[in-house]
Design a protein around this ligand. Sequence first.
Ligand SMILES: [Zn+2]
Length: 341
Amino acid sequence: MDTIQTVNRLCECCMEEHAVQHVVIHENTQFRRVSVSYDAHYFYCDRADELYADEEMISRNDIAMKNEYRKTCGLLTADEIIGIREKYKISQQDLCRLLGWGDKTITRYEGHQVQDKAHDDILRKIDHDPKWFLDLLENAQAILPERAYCKYQKIARERYEHLQELYLKQAILSRYARYMDRPELSGYRELNLNIVKDIIRYFANAKNMMYLYKVKLMKLLWYSDALSFKRFGHSITGLVYQALPMGAVPIGYDTIIEFSGVPYEEHEYDNGTAYEFLPTSNKEYTSLSTEDMDILETIIACFGTSKKNDIVEAMHEEEAYKKTAPKDIILFQHAKNLSIT
Ligand SMILES: [Zn+2]
């Protein structure tokens, strides 16, 4: 029995005013045939040597016991349910409407009623899957107040985009994990995805940039890194490039494009679909240094108006490309003889 504090008050046990201790006792009990141990709060009357609890303590002890039961059974605790709801800033009642549950269900789950496994799974899915939340929200649009609907949609979209970005980032980093011990392959730079993002946007927003399709963009990235290596002995981005038939392509390029968040337009041609990257409203490049931007400007001056075939041809003439076997990693040391200065 630990004493938290002692306060002079009317003791409901002996009905006299005296110093009453507020104590915590570790209790063991059975709930739904599961044994649970938790901290329970009581008042202690030392005159009668008796413990008693007021209404608030009884309620608090009950929730503490049920939270322990929830933890033992692998269910969300009341606080975790509140936490999920707060991530979407949605009211108890609106969350019930969204899920098609009775009006008071969430209020009860955030208190004394232990949720069943099926409802627990649904709440966890809401937590991990903002896309699903958005789908449910759309279906419930008619029964939600318009302002609340718009607010929830905005928050859920932001959460979705944020998670999406995290997944993509993880996917890229896991592909680069194997190169961590080979700094010469990434031009002695650790992969910096913020820089990659800024460079792709820089190219998409450049005034003298035309025909910025996927193949060209990949070459522009390599030329930027190779020129930086030639000038300063290190790359800018830390990307690792592979020699493919049309020239250098960074490992994980599809995910990198997706991650960059730069919008593109799809064009259908006889030999497939081409993705043309478009300017963005954001024209800040906080992760690029002046030296980096000088390099990008040099690359734009060389290839800004080049068509895909021109830059592919130029790449095929580079020593770095000629000396690399198909599909091998292109070594940065070849960049010393890059055609651009
Ligand atoms: Zn007393």
